[in-house]
Design a protein around this ligand. Structure first.
Ligand SMILES: [Zn+2]
Length: 279
């Protein structure tokens, strides 16, 4: 017997209310997704929590399902020379903004003026093309990235960057970090509470958490819904549709105070939030 590729959510991943059996909130075809493999189901089914309103998929990929899905990577999920300068320029304002906010608790010279072991540490979870790790490294951070796909990790290591191939919930890391980023990664994780708890444990002092992900409360999202063209319903790797308000509530619950909200230009309808760990 082959292992099942997906496991059902028994409870709402945000409020833990038991999942009610009934008609799905949305059913979307995923066969046109560039990572689609015929071993996977042809549709994604979404549900809405009757208790908190969170919208999430009926199931998440099992280890066997992840092996199918992570066997290949999209062009923007791996380091590549053709896009490096564009991505360097795309990420520089984000790293600048996060570094500036870190100065409030660490001091400017400790953020921008250190070398060697004294540099502030930045951990990027789900680094994909590696551009954020590379930009953080350029700004002086002691930067490490982790990713579930082996090919981008091997490429990053070959380029001299610190890369770890692991799932965030399973990886064991030494020491603490000053900045932890999850750029378009939290919506890929079945258990957002566990991810934020682990982030909080890894952050030293009043460290910063940077999260970007699609926001279901934007004008773009509403226009997509009105036109029936929302591409995220068929996104094979997403389990959650967060909104600014649901993400802010989640961060507050895990002891983070939001210090910045902005629009992320990397994907459509995306937001970026920087939050400071409350001590
Ligand atoms: Zn709920």
């Amino acid at each position: 017997m082959t292992a099942p590729l997906a496991k059902r959510f028994e409870r709402c991943p945000l409020c833990a209310a038991p999942v009610e059996q009934g008609e799905p909130y949305k059913v979307a075809t995923c066969t046109a997704h560039p990572l689609y493999n015929p071993a996977l189901p042809a549709t994604l089914r979404w549900q809405r929590c009757g208790e908190c309103g969170h919208i999430f998929t009926e199931s998440y990929w099992s280890d066997a399902g992840e092996r199918v899905l992570f066997a290949s990577a999209l062009p923007w999920q791996t380091p590549d020379t053709t896009q490096s300068e564009r991505l360097r320029n795309l990420w520089a304002p984000t790293v600048t903004a996060v570094a500036e906010r870190l100065c409030a608790t660490r001091g400017r010279e400790n953020v921008f003026g250190t070398i060697g072991d004294k540099r502030p540490r930045w951990l990027d979870v789900g680094f994909g093309n590696g551009a954020l790790v590379m930009a953080a490294d350029e700004f002086g951070f002691d930067a490490t990235g982790i990713d579930v796909r082996s090919e981008p990790v091997e490429r990053m290591q070959a380029l001299g960057y610190a890369g770890i191939c692991a799932r965030f919930d399973k990886v064991e890391l030494d020491g603490s970090v000053d900045v932890l980023s999850m750029a378009d990664a939290l919506e890929h994780m079945p258990d957002p509470h566990a991810a934020l708890e682990k982030s909080r444990a890894l952050l030293y002092g009043e460290g910063l958490l940077y999260i970007s992900c699609p926001n279901s409360e934007t004008s773009t999202w509403r226009l997509w819904e009105a036109a029936g063209t929302n591409p995220y319903w068929g996104e094979l790797e997403h389990y959650h549709n967060f909104s600014r308000s649901s993400l802010l509530a989640l961060l507050d619950r895990h002891g983070f105070g939001v210090v910045h909200y902005g629009v992320s230009a990397r994907y459509y309808s995306c937001m970026e939030i920087t939050a400071r760990k409350r001590c």
